[in-house]
Design a protein around this ligand. Structure first.
Ligand code: ADP
Length: 609
């Protein structure tokens, strides 16, 4: 008889449950409602899919992400699980066909968009079904406190109440503050649910904060050293996205881009190319990612930092969902602080609904969150520890040994002399210029304008020649933040010296900034752990397997990862399974996958050996 372990093994090809999964499954099987808060990538789907297969009736999965349903259902079908979806993307004919199949009892799992639930057609259908479980994905959408409120979610409880027999209701979300959790409990009318919040740690992710002279050069180098990997590069503005995109495209990388300024078609195409690995690298604003379920993303690089740690962790968390090693690297530039503040001042998007007082409070909350983000960039302590503490957990160890701080990729540099030089430069140029100008002046960049205005002969020009312009800018931003300099508002902000600065220097304070350690000659510049290095032979096999996966995915019209994830292919390439039994020991290969593709894979391995 099938049980949770045999299904985990045979349908998914996994040998053990991850934190929280088993106990959630047990509670659902015992007829108890569940409220589960699990971070992105923790494996929420299995928590309701396995009960769906074990319970006598049908499971409805309510999900707001229409674009995801098709892929999720495709993945289930690939694993030999009969599932269907009902949403607005289906034609009338497809919808009718799905309904009659459902009536005939063809499916165990039905994904449905929340706005469908209360339609007459669906209510009529539901009244004739034996529904054992209603799983609510992205449950925070029910709450106005959440970041993604959907009115249709508030009708879910009415739908459940209208059924002749109440099914178990299980709610899942990745982010829930106390307010959101209370709303989920109340508005979904959960009945004494089993509540669980699993740890926020993602042990397979490497975290890095990098300060570099040229962010674009850093990315180019990273991509060259990590060829064949799939990843997302996030930038704050549309303009940056386009700049990075054209640069990397010209350098020959398989890249696409995504931002709100593109047409619906262009965006759909970019997303599709990325998911199907046609263009495994995407550069995007933070509009990209919600509803992208690509488990084999191997790096997330932030060109600019997001406005809060919540956003950062959600975006970075899109890496390594399949449990493989992945990198989350944030490229820190102090100049971004200015942009972030500008966005907060001008971009409080819910402004129309707020009175002046609430608007100020909202701004303050955003500034507080920004402070958290900036502290993350600057801390010299363990980054993982910082993240966990931020989300209210205590890290198990002081050092994780898997972040740029623990790896000691950085050192502190005393920049007090630069602080003095900056003071002098602002003074001699008459407090009339902005940060960029002062940095250029001190570095001695003669961009024509500087010479034409006679500044190249001024005292102090080129005084900090040995420091990169970006570092001088960083010091200026630090000084502004600490109130030692004052930046005026307006279109062309200029710097002035704050009275605090002279006190600061007179009291013997010293300023330090975090800089990347100088590279030792002959040593690899790579600072990230990354996945196992493959031998050339394994690499060749891996490429053959990827090609097979691409062709198969194309033929079946599903994304490549639905066939096999990268980590599964990598394990095959490393272990060279030559028979079915050894193939089935590979993580991610269950009976159905072995049955469908086993012979082809083994033939590829044998041909290569
Ligand atoms: P979430 O919805 O929580 O973000 P998913 O349900 O999409 O996460 O799962 C993320 C990835 O982890 C998927 O590729 C899934 O197959 C994989 N996964 C889930 N449970 C396990 C497990 N017990 N062992 C190994 N991989 C798992």
């Amino acid at each position: 008889m099938a049980n949770k372990y045999s299904i985990l093994r045979s349908c998914y090809g996994y040998t053990s449950f991850r934190e929280g999964q088993e106990i959630i499954i047990d509670n659902i099987m015992n007829g108890r409602d569940v409220l589960a808060v699990m971070p992105t990538g923790a494996g929420k789907s299995i928590c309701y899919q396995i009960p769906a297969m074990l319970l006598p009736g049908i499971t409805l999965v309510v999900s707001p992400l229409i674009s995801l349903m098709k892929d999720q259902v495709g993945a289930l079908n690939q694993n030999g699980i009969r599932a269907a979806y009902l949403n607005s993307s289906l034609t009338q004919r497809q919808y009718g066909l799905a309904l009659s199949n459902i009536r005939r009892g063809e499916y165990k799992i039905i994904y449905v968009a929340p706005e469908r639930l209360m339609t007459d057609g669906f209510l009529e259908l539901a009244s004739g079904l034996d529904i054992s479980l209603v799983a609510v994905d992205e449950a925070h959408c029910v709450s106005q406190w959440g970041h993604d409120f959907r009115i249709s979610y508030t009708h879910i409880s009415d739908f459940v109440a209208g059924l002749s027999r109440r099914p178990v209701v299980a709610a899942f979300t990745a982010t829930a503050t106390k307010n959101v959790k209370d709303d989920v409990l109340e508005l979904l009318a959960l009945d004494h649910p089993y509540e669980i919040t699993t740890g926020f740690d993602r042990p397979n992710l490497y975290f890095g904060v990098v300060q570099t002279e040229s962010r674009i050069d850093y990315i180019r180098k990273y991509l060259s050293e990590n060829k064949g990997k799939s990843g997302i590069i996030y930038a704050m503005t549309r303009k940056n996205v386009e700049k990075i995109y054209s640069h990397l495209l010209a350098a020959g990388f398989p890249i696409t881009m995504y931002h709100a300024g593109l047409s619906d078609n262009e965006r759909a195409l970019a997303q599709d190319d990325f998911i199907r690995d046609v263009k495994p690298i995407i550069v995007a604003t933070n509009a990209f990612g919600m509803g992208i379920d690509k488990p084999d993303v191997e790096f997330i690089i932030h060109y600019n930092f997001p406005l809060s740690m919540e956003s950062y962790y959600q975006e970075a968390g899109r890496a390594g969902r399949d449990g493989s090693e992945a990198d989350c690297i944030l490229l820190y530039s102090a100049a971004d602080i200015h942009t972030a503040k500008f966005l907060i001042e001008n971009g409080v998007d819910d402004a129309e609904d707020l009175d002046a007082e609430s608007l100020e409070a909202a701004k303050k909350r955003r500034y507080d969150k920004l402070d958290g983000m900036i502290s993350y960039c600057k801390t010299t302590a363990c980054l993982r520890g910082f993240i966990l503490r931020y989300f209210g957990e205590s890290p198990k160890t002081e050092k994780c040994e898997k972040c740029s701080s623990c790896r000691g990729d950085y050192e502190l540099q005393d920049v007090t002399d630069a602080v003095r030089a900056i003071r002098m430069a602002i003074d001699v140029t008459g407090e009339r210029y902005g940060a960029m100008f002062i940095a250029d002046f001190l570095h001695g960049t003669d961009n024509g304008r500087m010479g034409a205005m006679g500044f190249t002969h001024e005292r102090g020009f080129g005084m900090l020649e040995s420091l990169p312009v970006s570092l001088i800018r960083d010091v200026i931003e630090r000084m502004i933040e600490e109130g030692l300099l004052i930046r005026s508002g307006g279109q062309y902000p200029v710097l002035a010296i704050s009275p605090k600065l002279d006190n600061y220097l007179a009291s013997g304070n010293r300023m330090t900034v975090k800089v990347k350690k100088a590279q030792k000659k002959g040593k690899s510049t790579k600072q990230t752990p990354l996945t196992l290095r493959m031998s050339p032979a394994d690499e060749a096999l891996y490429e053959r397997l990827r090609k097979f996966r691409r062709d198969t995915a194309e033929k079946r019209g599903v994304p490549a990862y639905v066939i096999f994830t990268d980590s599964t292919l990598r394990e095959i390439a490393a272990s060279h399974p030559r028979d079915m039994l050894s193939l089935m020991r590979v993580r991610g290969i269950g009976e159905e996958k072995a049955y469908r593709y086993g012979t082809a894979i083994i033939n590829i391995v044998r041909a290569e050996d």
